[in-house]
Write a protein that binds this ligand. Structure first.
Ligand SMILES: NC(=O)c1ccc[n+]([C@@H]2O[C@H](COP(=O)([O-])OP(=O)(O)OC[C@H]3O[C@@H](n4cnc5c(N)ncnc54)[C@H](OP(=O)(O)O)[C@@H]3O)[C@@H](O)[C@H]2O)c1
Length: 244
């Protein structure tokens, strides 16, 4: 049976764990040659070995680091087809108690990081390629106590639309906005007492968190051959969270 991404080369930032890892795994299973990246080189190498894919240690918020990966991609592949911007980080804090350092950190990883990889990698991507940005339901609506994360993820939503227009003849650009998905990021919140499992489940009208595999299925659709007319689209995948 033919696989959906046979012959394609895909880069997944934040691919060492969580949603990015599941997207990379799904893409490998669909025949793509995949490169995962993240900043913790040791974790990244273990994940790449498990997935049997390539890897490159990268801090998406650092322009020099992104340029190094661009050079590595050109030397190794010449060009590639799919970019998934999944690297992200959250620190909670409201407009009164968030520090400037919290703000800079979250804007630089979530928003500037997405800009930098697109800015440096889109020129070396094949015509007919696809970019997928991972925002959040908190890019569409607000939650108290997450001021910088909401601003950064909201920025990713409109950055997606602007890039889709700029790249209209070459590359489709879309954005996924997940609700609460059970990943290391969310497990850490539960384990450190920042939120209960029951609370995080009931944020979704469906009464449960999503799985990384469910997000990966939608990512495959948006980066694969069956969404050829979809660009500039912002798609929530959230157990009904933004419908409520
Ligand atoms: N889980 C949720 O409920 C949820 C909901 C909505 C949106 N999201 C978004 O989905 C994406 C994935 O989240 P997740 O839950 O899978 O998180 P996760 O389990 O914490 O994984 C985050 C990934 O991003 C990488 N990363 C973080 N900072 C980076 C940097 N500066 N440069 C390169 N890589 C970096 C991490 O590796 P290193 O730490 O080694 O760098 C890791 O691979 C994020 O953008 C997140 O905001 C998550």
């Amino acid at each position: 049976m033919s696989r959906l991404l046979e012959g394609k080369i895909a880069v997944v930032t934040g691919g060492s764990k969580g949603i990015g890892y599941s997207i990379a795994k799904r893409f490998v299973n669909e025949g793509a040659k995949v490169v995962i990246s993240s900043s913790n080189a040791q974790e990244l190498e273990v994940s790449a070995q498990t997935l049997n894919c390539d890897h490159f240690a990268l801090d998406v918020s650092d322009s020099t680091s992104v340029k190094s990966m661009q050079k590595w991609l050109v030397d190794k592949f010449g060009t590639f087809d799919i970019l998934v911007n999944c690297a992200g980080a959250v620190r909670f804090g409201n407009i009164l108690d968030a520090t400037e350092e919290d703000w800079d950190f979250q804007i630089s990883v979530n928003l500037t990081g997405t800009f930098l990889t697109c800015n440096k990698f889109a020129p070396i991507m094949n015509n007919g390629g696809a970019i997928l940005n991972i925002s959040s339901t908190l890019g569409l609506r607000a939650m108290e106590g997450a001021v910088a994360y909401c601003a950064a993820k909201g920025g990713v939503v409109n950055l997606t639309k602007a890039m889709a227009l700029d790249l209209i003849d070459r590359i489709r650009v879309n954005c996924l906005c997940p609700g609460v998905v059970e990943t290391p990021m969310v497990k850490h919140r539960i384990e450190t007492g920042q939120a209960t499992r029951e609370y995080l489940e009931n944020v979704q009208p469906m009464g449960r968190m999503g799985t990384p595999e469910e997000v990966a299925s939608m990512a495959l659709h948006l980066c694969g051959p069956e969404s050829g007319w979809t660009t500039g689209s912002i798609i929530s995948i959230d157990g009904g969270q933004t419908a409520a």
